[in-house]
Ligand binder design. Sequence first.
Ligand code: FMN
Length: 169
Amino acid sequence: MAVTESLATRIGAAEFRHVMGHFATGVTVVTVQVGREFFGTTVSSFCSVSLEPPTILVCLNETSSTGAAVADARSFNVNILDSEQTEMAQRFATKDATKFDTVPFRQGRLGHPILDGALASLECRVTEIVRAATHTVFVAEVVHADAGYGEPLAYFRGRFTGLDDDGLR
Ligand SMILES: Cc1cc2nc3c(=O)[nH]c(=O)nc-3n(C[C@H](O)[C@H](O)[C@H](O)COP(=O)(O)O)c2cc1C
């Protein structure tokens, strides 16, 4: 029996989503500029892969226009959101063509947007592209990175939250 077939008979998408919702994550916005056009999407599937060379990955749905732009540009920025940026996370979780219009940002050294107020930012060059089910995994080397002060925005059981001194709010 094929692996995908055996998994599909064991767990449904709704149950998988419910269980994975118990894994608390930070919230990022992946940004990229191609030509004069800006792309950006809210992403929680971001993680560190290795320290030397500094490598991260993000997983983007094959329907994501930001994903297509990343494949084109071969580089992108990851903006790690601050706890004050829930609205930003919601805005970039849409396909609204005007989502960049009122968002203040500066251009990073690779030419992609670094969002004002982000807790940290990483400028990345794609080193590997892996197709996995409905998603594309972009493995990338971090060539510039910066972090400020503040508290991170978190996502847990389908809602945005933050951190208290003793854990998730
Ligand atoms: C908290 C949160 C996390 C998300 N994480 C991801 C993710 O890791 N990968 C992904 O492809 N979409 C993710 N999404 C959904 C995208 O942000 C959404 O589909 C967006 O509209 C894609 O925009 P685009 O087509 O302009 O790139 C997430 C949404 C939310 C609210």
